[in-house]
Design a protein around this ligand. Structure first.
Ligand code: SDX
Length: 437
């Protein structure tokens, strides 16, 4: 961190002693005011529920400029990575800080490929669930359960354990997600096939059956790989912050990632792609494009509790760059499948156009985010809506791991332990039960 020449001075109107606070500059983006000594010197906490003005860490992994709609993984624009690289190159970049050479990519791919199977006992884990269990409920259990199989690599402070756990998690998430899917449709699990690409292997484990050969459509495989790249990391979002806080206790990597899966499930976060598609289908049932005006009116009515799912973002106050790329992928996939007249896609584009021109959304800087189009692409590929967030979790696993490893590797890190503003009852004494009102 680079100290700024500028200091912040905190002074109090009641004449309490003022305090100078150091300011640090990053490579790009907002400076930070270092308040670590604030409580020790003033006996006061800062107050920032939802962390709208709080930097929780010093990171070198992902940078977002919400006003410009920019997203960089290790300095590379998402638009270049999504069009010039594949997901495993992006994983290597996020984990190691640099894009791999040809040899490094070959070695990394070989390593990941040869860790894609899970212990045969995992299938019995699934049997405890009802067949109609939500895939995210199953995935949360499976990922946490992985820690029971790798006692040889659960010491988060051991760099070798962190490295092998990263490979195991990246390699096994497609297998676990496809197992969760196959379980819910009563089909047998499909084992990984080592001569397929990462995304191709996932598509085969999802859609193949033992009854016939399955050769994934290369356009769809590329679309799946792009979905993985676009969802790989996103700075200190809710689930990444959950993984950091969970991992800060020293728990094993599998448990910390399982906490991230659980957090991502929420409809305000990773569950939004499932919610966005359900919303589009609801509007379609209401009457489609003709009924958009009526639906938008409901969204504007605070009492309706209805939000335009797939719109808005805590950081992006401009178009989410991932949404633009996802919309392009939508066109490619729907054209490949001969679905360019897909009514849901047409409805989505009409809804987006209206929202982008409507003062209510413009005033609140509500633009489509990554979740608005990702559901349409996945639905066209044949992925059930209930699996969308599990695929988001699959893709985000590498980002969670990279962020967790960065924290654990920082000699300054401590267990995360926020404080509070207390407004509960002041101290009082217990009365015998007979004396209580
Ligand atoms: C992801 O953080 C990340 O990086 C997340 C993510 C990642 O990659 O990890 O990008 C992935 O989670 C994307 C976001 C997916 N969520 C959704 O699409 C759900 C719908 N969006 C909203 O719930 C909301 O926009 C949030 C949660 C995404 C952001 O909420 P904020 O920043 O807390 O903003 P807010 O709720 O305070 O909204 C500001 C105003 C409010 O109106 P007023 O009180 O000012 O009148 O905008 C309104 C909100 O009511 N608003 C919406 C809206 N989002 C915000 N109104 C209608 N529809 C919406 N989608």
């Amino acid at each position: 961190m680079t100290p700024s020449d500028v200091k912040a001075t905190l002074s109090f109107s009641d004449g309490s002693p003022s305090m100078d606070l150091p300011i640090y500059k990053g490579t790009i983006g907002p400076d930070v005011i270092d308040i670590r000594k604030l409580y020790g010197q003033t006996g006061k906490f800062t107050y920032d529920p939802g962390f709208l003005s709080t930097a929780s860490c010093n990171s070198t992994i992902t940078y977002i400029d919400g006003d410009k709609g920019e997203l960089l993984y290790r300095g590379y624009p998402i638009e270049q990575l999504a069009t010039q690289c594949d997901y495993l190159e992006t994983c290597y970049l996020l984990l190691n800080g640099e894009l791999p050479s040809g040899k490094e990519k070959e070695d990394f791919t070989h390593l990941v490929t040869h860790h894609t199977m899970v212990n045969e006992q995992m299938q019995f884990f699934l049997r405890g669930f009802r067949r109609d269990a939500h895939p995210m409920a199953i995935l949360t259990g499976l990922v946490g359960g992985l820690s029971a199989f790798y006692h040889d690599s659960t010491d988060i402070h051991n760099a070798e354990h962190r490295a092998i756990s990263a490979i195991r998690l990246i390699a096994k998430m497609p297998t676990l997600v496809s197992m969760a899917y196959k379980y819910t449709i009563g089909q047998p699990y499909i084992y990984p096939k080592n001569d397929l690409s990462y995304a191709g292997n996932f598509m085969r484990m999802m859609f193949a059956t033992p009854c016939e050969d399955y050769n994934p459509n290369e356009v769809l495989v590329r679309a799946m790989d792009r979905i993985f790249i676009l969802h790989a990391d996103h700075e200190q979002n809710a689930s990444t912050s959950t993984v950091r806080l969970c991992g800060s206790s020293g728990t094993n990597p599998f448990a910390a990632i399982a906490a991230g899966v659980a957090c991502l499930w929420g409809p305000a976060h990773g569950g939004a792609n499932e919610a966005a598609l359900n919303m589009l289908e609801d509007v379609q049932k209401m009457g489609g494009v003709e009924k958009i005006g009526e639906f938008i009116k409901q969204v504007k009515d605070k009492n309706s509790g209805i939000k335009l799912m797939g719109f808005g973002h805590r950081v992006y106050k401009n178009y989410d760059p991932r949404a633009k790329l996802m919309r392009e992928t939508c066109h490619e996939v729907l054209d490949t499948l001969g679905l360019h007249d897909d009514p849901i896609f047409k409805l989505a584009m009409a809804l987006e156009k209206i929202a982008l021109e409507d003062e209510y959304f413009v005033a609140r800087k509500l633009y489509p985010n990554v979740d608005f189009y990702s559901g349409i692409v996945q639905r066209a590929i044949g992925i059930p809506v209930s699996l969308f967030t599990a695929i988001f979790a699959l893709a985000r696993t590498v980002g969670w791991i990279a962020q967790l490893n960065e924290m654990i590797g920082d000699p300054e890190y401590k267990i995360g332990r926020p404080r509070q503003l207390y407004n509960g009852a002041a101290q009082r004494n217990v009365k015998a039960i007979g004396e209580r009102d």
